[in-house]
Design a protein around this ligand. Sequence first.
Ligand SMILES: CSC[C@@H](O)[C@@H](O)C(=O)COP(=O)(O)O
Length: 360
Amino acid sequence: MKINGVSYRSVWLDREDGWSVRIFDQTRLPWEVAPLRLSTWREAAHAIRTMQVRGAPLIGAVAAYGVALAMREDPSQLDEVLREMAETRPTAINLRWALERQKSRLHNLPPAERAEAAYAEAAEIADDDAETCRRIGENGLPLLEEIAARKGKVNVLTHCNAGWLATVDWGTALAPIYMAHDKGLDVHVWVDETRPRNQGAALTAFELGAHGVKHTVVSDNAGGHLMQHGEVDIVLVGTDRVTRTGDVANKIGTYLKALAARDNGVPFWVALPHSTLDMTVRDGVAEIPIEERSGTEVTDVTGRTADGRVETVRVAAEGSEAANPAFDVTPARLVTGLITERGRCAANEAALLDLYPEKG
Ligand SMILES: CSC[C@@H](O)[C@@H](O)C(=O)COP(=O)(O)O
């Protein structure tokens, strides 16, 4: 995708040295758009843990490049690196998926051949993600075209950031929106701010603005009201893990949007790549590990002051404790459908197995 006319992916190999990895530090966006260099696997793990990179597919791609950096440093440390990388964030299954791919590619190779193979695998994962997301865009586009044909315009509501910053390129939930905009459809996006870390206000708004897509940032609590007043035609979100039965883990607050959508007859669609499917889990609420993050993310907010300084200030009463579950699970019964790179389907086991028979 483009920023100021220049095409970027959200992770790429440094063009000069050919081996270090570049990302945008997403904790600095939207105030600073500066590529950050990762030159050790520990820097890659730190970037994932501290959310310099975030979003399920991007976490997977950066972890894969992290393994490549580690193999360049010392190919004998494969097991330790895979173990530590897997612990950086618990909910997005793409992390484990990418590490499994590296493991099966590397573990039978002699150490001297591991680095080259690990870079090749990481590049395949990144290219596959970009192409997969482009196809998700194509498969989601007809949903928006159908609404536009009926109403002349489309109002989408989205939660968190499931755009190109959360993937390698295009995004998942935002890919159909970019394609609709590029085709000239009148699309407007309600962007949930997505407290506590504000991925919507900071990242989704930044992306949509850079692409010229009309959007309005709203507080996380506004969605139900907007739906009651006919202001939302469709809810489109991404996901960090989809179970065999179609339950959907995504950023905290997604479940409440699904409930409001059901109550108001608004379709609730979830976009995902194959790497987000976890066929080992049946009951998302009971089985998906939910990341618990620091309470300071809830008690404090970070923003830019009028004179350009990025500051964090406390908004909660002094002395109050805070809890911060970072994801929730929307049961399949509230999901209108899934948008994948292979097509759209219902959120249930039979439909998923129809699309992905090899995962049975
Ligand atoms: C294509 S991204 C889908 C999800 O990863 C996204 O909506 C989300 O919940 C990201 O959470 P984050 O904590 O910012 O990594």
